[in-house]
Design a protein around this ligand. Structure first.
Ligand code: PLP
Length: 303
């Protein structure tokens, strides 16, 4: 069945979904966004994603023309319309992109000229790029480019202005094609990855940057909740590259892969170079939470 997508009040086949070349999404990358995933075809923490979406909309002063409750219902309708496109062992992304709508070159960008452009779609959850990192661990690399400072754009606003992240990720991948960026803020503190949050374990304490310089990731919150349940002490604090290099364990969190272990940081071995016990416990607890084996699902896609 052709994928059905939602665009500004209508559910249409994806080939029918069109936006103007003058849309502020294109003219200004003036777009807020969310990405949710399903586990066994059940959307995970969709309410939290919609809540964060409405916080981003409030801060960017974009009026989506519908309440959070309507957005939730519409999102579930989009998912249901596409559910049969995904096999029983597959899952999908559910993505929201909402722009301020039509823009005109040179016009006052603060004036919303018409209705916002509300786009919602699902997409096959392709886990192949991350599968090997669950056992091998990935390589975290600090790019030359720094985070856009929070004083300019609060990183808690989840937005599609992604040029800075894209360039930083490219710089990391020029060092090692399999690298994942560890972007620093202007003070040299660890901030986040282009699409994930960063954790380390130091003397048994799970540590992650506070949200002054990174997105308040839904997966970040899940990892912290699971750690508390397992009795693992946690700390939200400032971290320097030194802290990652000297940590016992390191990992990234994000919606698609949940937890991606890292065993190298700037070419230094993290801990003993193996995926660590706390990382493994958290991944297992996450699998228990969602009622399926997260690692096995990713590995099945490559085998
Ligand atoms: C910049 C950035 N940081 C962190 C994350 C992780 O957030 P979440 O766990 O809600 O997916 C994302 C997700 O896309 C992101 O874009």
């Amino acid at each position: 069945m052709a994928r059905q997508v939602y665009i500004s009040g209508r559910m249409v086949a994806e080939t029918e979904a069109k936006i103007s070349i003058f849309d502020s999404a294109i003219m200004l990358a003036d777009t807020v966004t969310e990405s949710t995933r399903t586990f066994r075809h059940k959307p995970f923490k969709l309410e939290q994603h919609i809540e964060r979406l409405y916080q981003s909309l409030k801060l960017t002063r974009i009026d989506p023309g519908m309440s959070a409750e309507q957005m939730l219902r519409t999102t579930l309708d989009v998912f249901e319309a596409n559910r049969d496109n995904y096999g029983p062992d597959d899952d999908c992304w559910i993505v929201h992109n909402i722009s301020r709508g039509l823009a005109v070159a040179g016009a006052d960008p603060t004036v919303q000229l018409g209705a916002a452009t509300v786009m919602i779609f699902t997409q096959f959850m392709d886990l192949k790029p991350w599968a090997r990192f669950y056992t091998e661990g990935c390589h975290g690399v600090t790019p030359v480019s720094r985070m856009v400072p929070s004083q300019s754009l609060d990183p808690r606003i989840k937005n599609r202005s992604r040029l800075a992240y894209t360039l930083a990720e490219m710089e990391a991948k020029q060092v090692d094609p399999a690298a994942q960026s560890v972007i620093l803020d202007l003070n040299g503190h660890v901030a986040e990855n282009k699409g994930g949050n960063i954790f380390c374990v130091t003397k048994g304490v799970l540590r992650t940057p506070s949200t002054v310089n990174c997105l308040a990731g839904v997966s970040r919150a899940t990892a912290l909740e699971l750690a508390k349940k397992l009795g693992i002490p946690t700390e939200e604090t400032s971290l320097l590259p030194y802290d990652l290099a000297t940590a016992e364990e390191m990992f990234f969190t994000s919606t698609p892969y949940c937890i991606m272990p890292a065993t190298k940081f700037n070419n230094l071995t993290v801990g003993d170079g193996q995926v660590g016990p706390i990382t493994k416990r958290l991944l297992e607890a996450w699998s228990d939470l969602v009622g399926m084996d997260i690692v096995a699902q990713a590995e099945a896609q490559v085998n």
